[in-house]
Design a protein around this ligand. Structure first.
Ligand code: FES
Ligand code: FES
Length: 155
């Protein structure tokens, strides 16, 4: 079947079969390899992108769910050479080690702060529950999220 999607403000029409995941389209058709494939089963969060304003695990989405959708991936959040404040905060708080999980965490937070700019610490922790990181112990990621929130608000 043919699907139309807009990814990072660029329109695409792509031929896929009924089982082709959004993750596969992003990585293999569009060569946007910032979005990672950790488990292909919805358990790790590495494949998270923002679809119509919501964070989704792209490995689980089949064409009917992403046809005609507006999608943002990690490649789409910076402005020119300027990193997004969430990316900046991850660097400042040493929340990136191997980096495999990082795009997923960042896109989850990107969607959260779009909807709930003043999300409290508990909401942030709850939102990040579906993401696994093998390297950081999670604390630097939480600190990065809190810093990112302040940077976005200009504080
Ligand atoms: S690759 Fe999608 S949740 Fe792990
Ligand atoms: S930084 Fe390595 S898995 Fe999270």
């Amino acid at each position: 079947m043919e699907v139309r999607i807009t990814v990072n403000a660029i329109n695409y029409t792509i031929d896929v079969d009924q089982e082709t995941s959004l993750l596969y389209v992003i990585r293999n058709h569009l060569n946007l390899t910032g979005t990672k494939n950790g488990c292909s089963q919805g358990h790790c969060g590495a494949c998270t992108v923002v679809l119509n304003g919501k964070a989704v695990k792209s490995c689980l989405l089949k064409p009917k769910k992403y046809n005609n959708a507006q999608i943002t991936t990690i490649e789409g959040i910076q402005h020119g050479l300027m990193l997004h404040p969430i990316q900046e905060a991850f660097i400042l708080k040493n929340a990136v080690q191997c980096g495999f999980c990082t795009p997923g965490f960042i896109m989850e937070l990107f969607a959260l702060f779009l909807k709930e700019p003043k999300a409290d610490k508990q909401q942030i922790e709850k939102t990040l529950e579906g993401h696994l990181c093998r390297c950081t112990g999670y604390l630097p990621i939480l600190e990065a999220a809190l810093l990112a929130q302040r940077l976005i608000q200009g504080k």
